[in-house]
Design a protein around this ligand. Structure first.
Ligand code: PHE
Length: 339
């Protein structure tokens, strides 16, 4: 029995050593260590031995089982390590990764609009809205813009057959906001505006503006100046120089255009016009009151300021764009620079 066990161990170790893949190793394991395997069979035969022979044979059997089990474990480990490293050999870690689906981003104009809205939100402005297709009252009459004003010319404004029009500026929302709410008002209104302009590097027939309106007791030019200087420095940087240049708009008095200058901006060594603004003309309140049928906007009690700027123009300045049309062409090579 002892010799038999020695021979069995030698045979088992040889078989295990010869197994060069996992299935072959499993066959060897079942043959020697399995429940129907040779070692189990020898264990059964142990019962037939005499009392004197049994202890030595039992001890030997245990030694053989331990040795064969250890050899099996070592071989299994060796095989799996080999499989792993051969899998690695075929991977070229210097290859570029597999690109995932390209991930989109918000359009640069949307990003800029969101930023502008955020800044005004910090100052307590609420968002207001109005229709793109509006009427002459909201676009012109209520804004103190007389019938003979050039903006009302068919050459400048898109009219619909029914007499309505595509708003030429977002100032329409000033009127709509005041129609629906009494003072105090503190709103911004981003949106599209339309003009019959020849499309070129700095003009589009449809562009984007952001309007602002504040009406309350005791509002002065200082509020307008502080608000817009804060906004422009948040947007263009703290070192931006800001200039208020007298101008004319029918619906504000006095009126200004704002220019900015910053060496950090493309073309910023000269003054760049970015915004129209002014104190709300009392004639506008009169129109609003008439529509409302009350005296909510009492110009003896309330004053206010309004402003409007072109978002596309701000984007061009901020992003250093040479051509406004880049913003509407949807060329991915352009857009993916602003993720
Ligand atoms: N609506 C004017 C424009 O489009 C800008 C503006 C808005 C001016 C508000 C003054 C006050 O040019």
């Amino acid at each position: 029995m002892l010799t038999e066990l020695d021979q069995l161990q030698a045979a088992a170790l040889a078989d295990i050593a010869a197994a060069d893949d996992a299935p072959a190793l499993e066959v060897a394991r079942v043959r020697y260590l399995g429940r129907q395997g040779t070692l189990s069979a020898l264990g059964e035969r142990m019962k037939t031995l005499s009392k004197e022979e049994r202890p030595a044979a039992g001890k030997k059997l245990n030694e053989v089982r331990t040795a064969v089990t250890a050899a099996f474990d070592a071989a299994a480990q060796g095989l799996s390590a080999r499989a792993e490293s051969s899998a690695l050999v075929s991977v070229d870690v210097t290859l570029p990764g597999t690109p995932l689906l390209p991930i989109g981003a918000l359009h640069p104009l949307t990003q800029l609009q969101d930023r502008a809205v955020q800044i005004f939100r910090r100052l307590g402005f609420a968002l207001a809205d109005g229709p793109d297709v509006d009427d002459e009252f909201h676009c012109f009459d209520a804004l103190n813009t007389p019938a003979d004003h050039p903006a009302r010319n068919e050459q400048d404004t898109f009219y619909l057959p029914d007499g309505r029009l595509l708003r030429t500026h977002t100032s329409t929302v000033q009127i709509r906001a005041m129609e629906t709410q009494p003072p105090p008002v503190r709103i911004i209104a981003p949106g599209a505006a339309y003009r019959r302009d020849e499309v070129d590097a700095s003009h589009l027939a449809q562009f984007n503006q952001m309007e602002g309106l504040v009406v309350d007791e005791g509002i002065t030019l200082a509020d307008l100046k502080g608000t817009l200087e804060y906004f422009l420095r948040e947007l263009f940087g703290a070192k931006t120089a800001i200039r208020f240049r007298p101008h004319f708009f029918p619906f504000t008095e006095p009126s200004f255009e704002i220019d900015v200058k910053s060496p950090a901006l493309r073309g910023g060594e000269r003054w760049l016009e970015v915004c129209g603004c002014g104190l709300v003309d009392p004639a506008v309140y009169d129109q609003v009151n008439q529509r409302r049928g009350d005296q909510a906007y009492d110009s003896e009690k309330y004053t206010g300021f309004a402003f409007g700027f072109g978002l596309d123009r701000l984007a061009m300045i901020l992003l250093g764009l040479p051509d406004i049309r880049l913003l509407i062409e949807n060329d991915v090579r352009f857009l993916e620079q602003f993720k």
